[in-house]
Ligand binder design. Sequence first.
Ligand code: FMN
Length: 264
Amino acid sequence: MKTGRRNKIDTVKNLENLSDMGCGDKQICFMKKMYKEGDTDMLLRDLMKCRCHLMDEFHDSQKKVDNMDFLIRQIHKRNKGWENMSKVLVISTSLRAKSNSDILTEKLIEGAKASGHDVEYIGLKGKNIGFCIGCLACQNTQKCVIKDDAAEIAEKVKNADTLVFATPIYYYEMSGQMKTLLDRLNPLYPSDYKFRNVYMLSVAAEDEEFVPKKAESGLQGWVDCFERAEFSGSLFCGGIGDMGEASKKTEELNEAFEFGKALK
Ligand SMILES: Cc1cc2nc3c(=O)[nH]c(=O)nc-3n(C[C@H](O)[C@H](O)[C@H](O)COP(=O)(O)O)c2cc1C
């Protein structure tokens, strides 16, 4: 069958499904008419209008979920007592679209919130973080001479109780962007940092036990320099290589949720 004709049939089929996409009967009638008359500009305008409406509903629902999460956390706090609740900072370092480590991080966050933790997420996508130049000025000033996004992240790292770094495995190591960030956290070394527990979530295409070891040892090296903190746990999810593949990995998604739930 010619591609043009197949596309036409697909479009007609999809127009039949407009009610499943949340469109009202009147709108559907109008859009079908536009399609029949070949006025695809008008049809597109109407479809975009419907999409906007759906997105508004989606954002409203997200707000409701956020409010519900807040209430759940508050009640958790009251039931369990303040001492079990931590301020958790999760830093997801993959820059890839539909990142596997990010997908698993989302589940980890759900688990952490279910335990009543106060969770903040930072993704490095779109952040501007330069390499450490090794001047060590920060050891006197507790500030970096490079003015970029690392300063704000360092402040949040300093004030969190618990840190989680999520990374894809690159050449059996943590991602370069995660290592760059760890180096740029050097101003915290002489500071009165609050964090005590540090965790890692790593993802790789291969599924052998040795795959995350060097990344874990790299993070351990960083943690060793902060003597009031400890490397409290690592979750490795192997056998996940393709973009977005993690969203289909039920077992690993559950593991990430449980890992988040068990954070100190
Ligand atoms: C530069 C680079 C190096 C990689 N090195 C490894 C590796 O050593 N071992 C492995 O199993 N996977 C390796 N991978 C695959 C990624 O770890 C895998 O695709 C992972 O799912 C990416 O996670 P993300 O989607 O969160 O970025 C590498 C990928 C890239 C881009």
